[in-house]
Design a protein around this ligand. Structure first.
Ligand code: CA
Length: 227
């Protein structure tokens, strides 16, 4: 998951970047409205953390410009404690949620996760990582334009990994969210590993660039980064 942080306070921005990276998000930081605006126009992000008080082009201008070109990337705004009206204006301008400064990092993380889960318009219809593309509605997946045939379970796993790409997905998460197993994951571990191995064969084996990696002792990660 790629996150753009637009925040001119260097300390806050850097703390956010560090914290989010330790949660395995890919983070870009823009220290000014101009820079943020440029990045939003030239790259794709899964979510934007936007400070409203920025020198030059402020947060509200960026948000308004983004929404006016029908860009529905989820936006979480950061507002000062005493700026209640900013919050209202921000939400009216198309922000998806807000966090009040100074904020506790776990709170921000929780809001962020909720946004990412909900996705655009409550539903992400197309998922993409590098040349791997999934159409959730048509239930198709392709790599480099070549359709890949998956079983129902394999499709569910790769969809889950794609929705959480860049983050480590544990066997427990797969057991709970894909198998909907409320018990502990241990009895499922072998089953999960077999499915992952099959998936890897279909998704990665024919291609030079590997996307699905095992994080020893923890789980799996779908990422473009070389681990
Ligand atoms: Ca600021």
């Amino acid at each position: 998951m790629r996150i753009l942080v637009i925040e001119d306070e260097k300390k806050v921005a850097q703390a956010l970047k560090k914290g989010l990276e330790s949660e395995h998000y890919d983070v870009e930081v823009a220290f000014s409205g101009e820079e943020g605006f440029f990045l939003l126009h030239s790259q794709k992000f899964d979510v934007v953390i936007l400070d409203l008080m920025l020198p030059g082009r402020d947060g509200l201008e960026i948000l308004t410009a983004l929404r006016s070109k029908q860009d529905k990337t989820p936006v979480l705004i950061l507002t000062a404690k005493d700026a209640v009206e900013d919050r209202v204006v921000g939400l009216d301008a198309g922000a998806d949620d807000y966090v009040i400064k100074p904020f506790a990092f776990p709170e921000l993380l929780a809001r962020l996760r909720a946004l990412l889960r909900r996705g655009i318009d409550g539903q992400i219809l197309k998922l993409k990582l590098a040349d791997l593309e999934m159409d959730v509605v048509k239930h198709t997946i392709a790599r480099s334009g070549r359709p890949i045939s998956l079983t129902v379970k394999e499709f569910e796993i790769i969809e889950y990994l794609l929705r959480n790409h860049g983050q480590v997905v544990t066997r427990e998460m797969l057991a709970k969210d894909v198998w909907e197993e409320t018990q502990r994951a241990t009895p499922l571990n072998n089953v999960i590993d077999v499915h992952i191995a099959r998936l890897r064969k279909k998704i990665d084996e024919p291609f030079v660039k590997k996307l699905l990696h095992t994080v020893r002792g923890v789980g799996f990660i779908l990422t473009e980064r070389t681990l």
